[in-house]
Ligand binder design. Structure first.
Ligand code: NAD
Length: 353
């Protein structure tokens, strides 16, 4: 199988590519614009494979998309390219509308045109898999409530509204044109190669530098966390076994308050960092509560029973094992995150000294 994956230089996309190259015989075409969030260094372990190729393309550029489809003749598309950071969407929503809505529309149209031209057998096997978020559902009211695939959409931020819009476009291309689509909505991911603006890597790297650990509001917002390699495995399961037109929620059964996530990280750093600074609670003492994000959702929690029962996927990592792996990865991969923090990962590819 040849998979065209958009956003493969990002956090989750790179995990999917590593999973596919290391565990299957499938071929990958990684289509990515390389925004600030795209880092080809996250693919260093697999990019020498003869089954991997890269195209630097913007999903809003229709003629370039057509060129890539005609050159590579993919069997499936896995669409992960997006602007993904909620805080950035509140500060500057325009690029979220452009990439997540217009970009998804442009990719759907390029895919539809390519799919229409395929011979019958290849046409029947083609899949367009749209990767989305549980944030499209808004937040939950009761402490026991869970998001199911039938939960009505109620997005709160420009990011989640743009992802909700893209989900609706994908559903419409299935209903109106018969494009064979699959949609997944996943909870918060964490793990290796996560860009240090997101909660978990930000806290680890700030703590290592002895900087404040900023927690929004009182830190009681609840998120459901999934180790990124479990998500990558779930996405591959959906693209190979999922039923056309279906939506699958993906989650890790790990509902945690943000403050508890930060406490866990501090405790793991206490355990793993050699020669740590003096102080009984050195890392926890760095926690600083800051003004809450506008429109901040209180609680997300996913009901993943459909993918577990129908497609036989379950997460391998618990919150404890996944967090241990994540902290250990950041401690062993300083060269990766140093090059992100000092900007050299993107300056060098732009040819800037
Ligand atoms: P990311 O920000 O780490 O990576 C996004 C990638 O898309 C980058 O490589 C970037 O260069 C690329 N990109 C951005 N705009 C592009 C454009 N116009 N054309 C081509 N490439 C472009 O994001 P992520 O965390 O890996 O998330 C991937 C997908 O999964 C997103 O669609 C996101 O909504 C979804 N998702 C993320 C999470 C999470 O916790 N991170 C959870 C559920 C769903």
């Amino acid at each position: 199988m040849k998979i065209l994956i958009t956003g493969g230089a990002g956090f989750i996309g790179s995990a999917v590519i590593r999973h596919v190259i290391e565990n299957t015989q499938d071929r990958i075409v990684n289509l990515d614009k390389l925004t600030y969030a795209g880092n080809l260094e996250s693919l260093a372990d697999v990019s020498d494979s003869a089954r991997y190729s890269f195209e630097q393309v913007d999903i809003c550029n229709r003629s370039e998309l057509d060129r890539v489809f005609n050159k590579h003749n993919p069997d499936v598309v896995m669409h992960l390219a997006a602007e993904s950071h909620v805080d950035r969407s509140i500060d500057g929503p325009a690029i979220f509308i452009e990439t997540n809505i217009v970009g998804t529309y442009t990719l759907l149209e390029a895919s539809r045109s390519y799919w229409s031209s395929l011979a019958a057998e290849k046409k029947a096997a083609f899949r367009f898999h749209h990767i989305s978020t549980d944030e499209v559902y808004g937040d939950l009211e009761g402490p026991e409530d869970l998001f199911t695939e039938e939960t009505p959409y109620a997005p709160s931020s420009p990011y989640s509204a743009s992802k909700a819009s893209s989900d609706h476009l994908v559903r419409a291309w299935f209903r109106s044109y018969g494009l064979p689509v699959l949609i997944t909505n996943c909870s918060n991911n964490y793990g290796p190669y996560h860009f240090p603006e997101k909660l978990i890597p930000l806290m680890i790297l700030n703590a290592l530098e002895g900087k404040p650990l900023p927690v929004y509001g009182n830190g009681t917002q609840i998120r459901d966390w999934l180790y990124v390699e479990d998500h990558a495995r779930a996405l591959y399961t959906v693209i190979t076994k999922g039923y056309v037109g279906e939506t699958y929620n993906i989650g890790g059964h790990n509902e945690k308050q943000n403050i508890d996530v930060v406490h866990t990280l501090c405790e793991l750093l206490e355990e793993y960092v050699p020669n740590k600074p003096e102080g009984i609670n050195f890392y926890k003492d760095l926690i600083t509560f800051v003004a809450d994000r506008p429109g901040h959702d209180v609680r997300y929690a996913i009901d993943a029973i459909k993918i577990e029962k129908e497609l036989n996927w379950v997460p391998k990592e618990t919150f404890d094992t996944g967090m241990r792996k994540t902290v250990q990865w950041y401690l062993s991969n300083e060269s990766w995150w140093n090059r992100v923090l000092n900007g050299s990962y993107s300056r060098e590819r732009l040819g800037i000294e």
